[in-house]
Design a protein around this ligand. Structure first.
Ligand code: ADP
Length: 485
């Protein structure tokens, strides 16, 4: 049995702002059948500390990048958990990365450098008696753990083996890029400053430093693993990704059936399976009630998303009148850019009873939408994996997606051939433009008007295996290869 330390800035159910949390929360159970024990490590945000109950301190630092800190041991859904309790860094109201007004914490570099440093210490066994075989760091907030591990020469006992490291990129747009001036404060040797270290376009790059240091790099779908080699998607890191291509794999995310399963979802007024799809009508009525929508003949589209350019939400905001003119309705749950929030509020005012908007974050409502709406709109400009289309597929909420990243890997377009073969699961847009989205909405409405065809699409999605079984095996294979090396 290998001991894995999975390090991330969020994990469902303790702290979540997006798909990263769902994945990190699901990994321990996904890897247990393969003989790996996954310990998750999180920052000690107030919500995480509250959930810990009576934790045990396993290590103290008098000066972890300038602040005192403790490492606490607890549990998350029955799996081992380590929490970095550093009140100067994490005991704050607001979100994990920003204050209540959405302004990023100015000391994020220190918060996540300290977190990464502590994770490397933990992996090396300088914490209590535990030692880990492999450190798996997620995204820029944890990526530097691989860097600290790489430069931790004194901490590896003579003849000892340095733990292996994996860095997973859940979204390459978030990089943790900072000014060069803070390099001396990171506590890294001078050797770490350089083109194969943390130096990144003249500054310091946290994700970059982690990617240079990791024994293996993964991203969250095969198509995205190809896309990040390209300047259009690599966002400055495509050269590095090309240079380290032999270390890079794409493993698509699964979904946790304990959380996302329409037959057993406590958030749904009516639970159902592919054989009892008509029960969804009750959920649809609940969606209409929650969003103030009138009944209608056409499809009820939904959105559960960050409202950002990445997600193509500006495109959707421009075509809501077309959506309504085509007989559709829209229930939108999301938050993000202020101008997009305002645009969707205005759309709801223009089309009362046809468009309902809830600005905010609501886990229960996100389940209700998947279980009650007819289709979910995901016109992302790039999408490393995407989880909402997987939830849609398994809930019979037909995904209308852009052909990019994990969306391209998981949704089969309802073209004539796929419909005839019975394998169509959604609608795939060739491009993310106003015209392409309007065409996709029209195709959805036309298919929805053919109840048998629509039900076949729903059922094909629900038949798919979106669980972690296959992806868990692929991570296990990756770990096994690294540990054997
Ligand atoms: P990303 O991580 O890029 O935001 P994903 O599709 O990978 O996108 O994951 C988004 C996750 O966050 C999903 O679990 C989705 O249901 C959830 N989510 C996004 N916005 C909201 C919201 N406003 N309310 C509730 N859940 C949300």
């Amino acid at each position: 049995m290998a001991e894995i330390l999975s390090v991330a800035s969020e994990a469902y159910p303790l702290v979540k702002t997006g798909g990263l949390a769902d994945v990190v929360g699901a990994l321990p159970a996904a890897l247990a059948p393969h003989g790996h024990r996954v310990t998750t490590m999180l920052p000690g945000y107030p919500a995480v500390l509250r959930a810990l109950g009576r934790p045990r301190a396993v290590r103290r630092w008098d000066d972890l990048m300038g602040v005192p800190a403790r490492l606490l041991r607890g549990e998350m859904a029955g799996h081992p958990l380590l929490v970095l309790d550093a009140p100067d860094l994490f005991a704050r109201d607001g979100g994990p990365y920003a204050d209540a007004d959405g302004a990023e914490w100015p000391d994020n570099w220190r918060r996540f450098a300290a977190f990464s440093r502590a994770a490397a210490d933990a992996a090396l066994g300088t914490v209590g008696s535990d030692r880990f075989d492999l450190l798996h760091a997620h995204d820029w907030q944890a990526a530097m753990a691989a860097t600290y591990l790489r430069y931790a020469d004194g901490a590896v006992p003579p003849g000892g083996i340095r733990p292996r490291s994996v860095v997973t990129v859940h979204n390459i747009a978030f990089q943790g890029a900072y000014a060069a001036e803070l390099f001396p404060d990171l506590g890294l040797p001078d050797a770490a400053w350089g083109i194969d270290g943390v130096e990144y376009w003249g500054g310091v790059g946290f994700l970059k430093g982690g990617l240079e240091s990791a024994d293996a790099i993964t991203t969250v779908s095969p198509t995205y693993a190809e896309e990040v080699l390209d300047p259009e998607f690599g966002m400055g890191l495509d050269g590095l990704m090309r240079a380290r291509r032999d270390r890079l794999t794409g493993i698509v995310n699964g979904i946790d059936p304990a959380v996302w399963s329409p037959a057993a979802d406590p958030a749904l007024p009516a639970r159902y399976t592919a054989r009892t799809l008509s029960r969804r009508t009750r959920n649809k009525r609940a969606v209409e009630g929650a969003f103030g929508l009138d009944a209608g003949q056409g499809p009820l589209f939904c959105v559960v998303s960050r409202l950002t350019w990445q997600k193509g939400m500006d495109v959707l905001a421009r075509v809501t009148d077309d959506l309504v003119a085509g007989g559709g309705r829209l229930a939108l749950l999301g938050s993000g850019d202020a101008d997009l929030e305002a645009a969707f509020r205005a759309a709801a005012e223009r089309s009362p009873g046809r468009i309902g908007v809830r600005i905010g974050y609501d886990e229960g409502l996100s389940h209700l939408l998947q279980g009650g709406a007819d289709a979910i709109l995901i016109p992302s400009r790039f999408e490393p994996c995407g989880l909402t289309q997987l939830y849609g597929l398994s809930y019979g909420c037909v995904p209308v997606v852009a052909r990019t990243g994990g969306l391209a890997d998981t949704v089969v377009d309802a073209n004539a051939a796929a419909l005839a073969a019975g394998c169509a699961t959604g609608i795939v847009l060739d491009r993310v433009t106003d015209d392409a989205l309007v065409r996709g909405l029209r195709r959805a409405a036309a298919l929805y008007a053919r109840p048998d065809a629509w039900a076949a699409i729903q059922r094909a999605g629900m038949r798919g295996d979106w669980s972690w079984v296959e992806s868990g095996r692929r991570y296990a294979d990756l770990y096994a290869g690294l540990l054997a090396a």
